[in-house]
Design a protein around this ligand. Structure first.
Ligand code: PA5
Length: 450
């Protein structure tokens, strides 16, 4: 059953509903181009059929690995950057206890996941080593290309640490590599060392890989039900790949609404959540949409806020700053927990008017009040709602975002599956580090920095 809903009632006054529905015919064509592989980037469409292709053997193997890891590790290090870690982190943080890192393993019932290789900070990695010195751990290194600098450096450091701690033979059993089937430095190393490996299919780009072992292995190690996650994605796939109208197809509705707003002078989209556990869903969404659409001097700029926290920082700008933004609110109807505001005899803080009510009710009224205030402040709002956060609804949500992103990229007439702009910083970094082959650029860049 599909639980996700998209509501565009709060666009009124900014773009006409007719402007949204005007994308209807075009979206049917783009849906066809994605399904028939006739559009831009059509060699990277493997993600569309991933939910149906995940077989029993792969799920069983991931589950069995995760049981083995849980038996010997208290901490599981996920090494990867961009699409090679954000999907797993988004789902794990949405599902886990908000203070999972402070729980003991018995209450958590699974290893605690930490992330590395998503930055080059010396302090970050050195601090992580301090923790790993004293705790049992295992790790996965995830890189489709097998050559990305950030995870490669982290893996060098952590592999050395793991080998020194457990000895080479045991260290090898504690490493799983997720990479290309045959190419890349990581694949070569994994074969030479005899690591267990999983494959990132050739036709699935990093940011669309959450339904491969890239996302599924860390989720399973963290103790979550990957079968339900896949099931949710299968349900959403059935709907968004077949439904032909904006009213029936939530991915059509979202892609059309955001593009109507973009065309109407709103080039910045802010994803809003009211649950701190959803911050990494926003981070994953930012990468998906930013890398897929931001090219050829166009694209909606994806940003994110966590309310009500950021109502005390970014809220001012959203309410009264430059009127170039719209918001998309990810609204969760039911929280996982239950907590009531206590009553106090002297009512010193004047809050007895909410005593006995759930915190969620207060949060919900903050959400509705903010929605109206921002719409009054000329910030149109798209609403995406889910009844609850669990593996199934997250599977629905992430597949929905992926399909809507591909449609949206086609509306913008860009290739949503490449990221040529990411290379620019890498070339400069290699040149400045003096990598062989970059000698000419090294000199030129060093002169520019003088
Ligand atoms: O979406 C993408 O393709 C990128 O964000 C990649 O996932 C990221 O650059 C990491 O690449 P790799 O998995 O090759 O190390």
């Amino acid at each position: 059953m599909i639980d996700l809903k998209v509501n565009i009632d709060k666009l009124q006054g900014f773009v006409d509903k007719a402007a949204v529905y005007a994308f209807g015919q075009e979206l049917v064509l783009h849906q066809g181009a994605l399904m028939n592989k006739t559009g831009k980037g059509n060699d990277f469409l493997g993600w569309i059929t991933l939910p149906d292709e995940i077989d029993e053997a792969m799920l069983a193997s991931i589950e069995s690995d995760s049981r083995e890891i849980a038996a010997k590790a208290d901490i599981y290090v996920v090494i990867g950057i961009g699409g090679s870690y954000l999907g797993a982190r988004a789902v794990i943080e949405a599902l886990q206890h908000n203070f999972a890192g402070l729980q003991d393993k018995t209450s958590r019932k699974a290893p605690f996941i930490v992330y590395a290789g998503n930055n080059i900070s010396e302090d970050y990695l050195a601090d992580l080593l301090d923790i790993l010195d004293k705790r049992d751990y295992a790790m996965t290194v995830i890189s489709k290309s097998g050559t990305t600098t950030e995870p490669a450096i982290a893996f060098r450091v952590l592999r050395r640490h793991l080998e020194q701690k457990y000895g080479q033979a045991e260290a090898r059993k504690r490493i799983i590599a997720i990479t290309d089937q045959s190419k890349g430095a990581l694949k070569k190393l994994a074969d030479a060392e005899g690591y267990k490996t999983y494959v990132v299919p050739d036709d699935v780009g990093g940011r669309y890989s959450v339904l491969t072992p890239v996302g599924l292995l860390p989720m399973a190690v963290a103790g979550f039900n990957i079968r339900e996650f896949v099931k949710g994605a299968i349900e959403m796939k059935k709907l968004v790949t077949t439904a032909k109208t904006i009213d029936e197809n939530p991915a059509f509705m979202y892609a059309a609404a955001r593009n109507a707003l973009y065309a109407g002078g709103k080039p910045i989209e802010i994803m809003v959540n009211y649950q701190p556990s959803l911050v990494y869903i926003t981070e994953w969404w930012k990468q998906l949409y930013g890398e897929s659409e931001g090219k050829e001097n166009r694209g909606i700029f994806p940003a994110g806020v966590s309310f009500t926290t950021d109502l005390h920082s970014m809220g001012q700008y959203v309410q009264e700053g430059l009127r170039v933004i719209f918001e998309t609110v990810l609204s969760i109807e039911k929280p996982k927990r239950e907590l009531f505001v206590p009553s106090e005899a002297d009512d010193a803080d004047g809050l007895n008017f909410v005593a006995g009510r759930r915190l969620h009710e207060v949060n919900r009224q903050a959400e509705l009040g903010t929605l109206l205030a921002h719409v009054d402040g000329q910030v149109p709002n798209i609403l995406i709602s889910l009844p609850r956060i669990d593996e199934n609804t997250l599977g629905q949500l992430l597949y929905f975002y992926e399909f809507a992103c591909a449609l949206s990229g086609y509306i913008l007439d860009v290739n949503p599956f490449d990221q040529p702009g990411v290379e620019a910083y890498k070339k400069n970094m290699f040149a400045l580090l003096g990598k062989p082959g970059f000698e000419k650029q090294t000199e030129e860049l060093r002169n520019r920095l003088k």
